[in-house]
Design a binder for this molecule. Structure first.
Ligand code: AHM
Ligand code: MG
Length: 331
């Protein structure tokens, strides 16, 4: 069997960007290495004392798990040591983390990251993920600034996610399609397992936290009913699948076809998910795979960002299904 590792693939793809000097390649490689370390810890979650809550509350007002902190520290350390990034924005940090060092003063990129998404699933041995988004800096040199992050999703240079699941996978795009790599633990390498990923136009799965049903907008309630109705032509009823780990739900739907929705609710009138390090990178991946991502009336990647931790509703997945849900929202 001929395997292609993530490292080999990245080097091979560098020629897609004739003026690139290898910085982005090195940054992606650094992410791959940090991901392996986080995976090692996540897979030991049930064994060690690291499991459980630290009791501290993060900037979103949620209780922080120890593994969230571990993952956050690990990625930040990788970016600082790599020298390709001049600032980091993380779900776990209120403000950006400017990097002030000799090796990164001319770094071209900033990274936004959700180091461990779906972390409430850690204690129960269910998949969690990391989501990352890479932009070219707007500032000229020295440590990056907040303005470096205030760009549209369409400006992303690369984005991806890592899923710590039954196997560990890294999926990324640089705007030329989507490729997925599965970690082979016996050799400790991510190997190309899902080349040129594309999502079906339509599928049979809808993913939404129906526990919030009473607090959903009317359009969503009607769309859920539509998903449950019988109709041979459109393959309904659809199956309801909701892990509560956005990366895992969206990854499954990408492969099988489906729709994931986190709408506004009366309790979270702006939605729950964050634009910068959750919705934009996932939207970039889905669009590159032939799918679609919207906030209900606008393309996710065209939303103007005004705050680091800005929230947005999210409708993401197979084109036909997302379009249908938007019809319900708009009527
Ligand atoms: P987190 O970043 O705090 O883990 O929250 C994001 C997660 C998504 O992964 C998941 O799809 C969603 O929140 C689940 O939320 P809920 O429990 O409200 O359904
Ligand atoms: Mg998250």
């Amino acid at each position: 069997m001929k395997v292609k590792t993530l490292g080999q693939f990245i080097i091979e793809k560098q020629s897609d960007f004739p003026y690139a000097k290898g910085e982005l390649s090195r940054l992606l490689r650094d992410i791959g290495i940090a991901a392996k370390i986080v995976n090692r810890e996540v897979s030991k979650a049930g064994l060690v004392e690291i499991l459980g809550e630290t009791g501290e509350v993060n900037v979103q007002g949620e209780v922080v798990k120890k593994l969230d902190i571990f993952a956050n520290d690990q990625f930040i350390a990788a970016f600082k040591a790599g020298g390709e990034v001049c600032a980091i924005a993380s779900e776990e940090n209120d403000d950006i983390i400017p990097i002030d060092s000799e090796i990164s003063k001319n770094a071209k990129y900033v990274v936004a990251i959700d180091p461990l998404d779906g972390s409430s699933n850690i204690d129960v041995n269910v998949s969690v993920g990391t989501i990352f988004s890479i932009y070219r800096r707007k500032s000229s040199s020295g440590p990056g600034t907040k303005e470096d992050f205030f760009q549209h999703g369409t400006d992303q240079v690369a984005a991806g996610y890592i899923i710590y699941g039954s196997s560990c996978m890294l999926v990324y795009t640089t705007g030329k399609g989507v490729n997925g790599f599965t970690l082979d633990p016996s050799i400790g390498e991510f190997c190309l397992s899902h080349p040129n990923m594309s999502t079906p136009e339509s599928g049979k799965v809808y993913s939404i936290n129906e526990g919030n049903y009473l607090h959903f907008p009317e359009g969503i309630k009607h769309y859920i009913k539509y998903c449950q109705e019988e109709d041979m032509a459109s393959n309904r009823p659809y199956s309801s699948r909701y892990i509560g780990s956005g990366v895992a739900d969206i990854h499954r739907n990408l492969i099988t076809g489906g729709i994931y929705i986190y709408p506004t609710t009366t309790k979270s009138p702006k939605g729950k998910l964050r634009l910068l390090y959750e919705c934009n990178p996932l939207a970039f991946i889905l669009e590159q795979a032939g799918g679609m991502a919207s906030n209900g009336n606008k393309r996710i990647m065209e939303i103007e960002i005004k705050e680091l931790h800005q929230r947005t509703p999210l409708f993401i997945g197979s084109c036909k299904m997302v379009k249908k849900s938007l019809e319900f929202m708009q009527s």
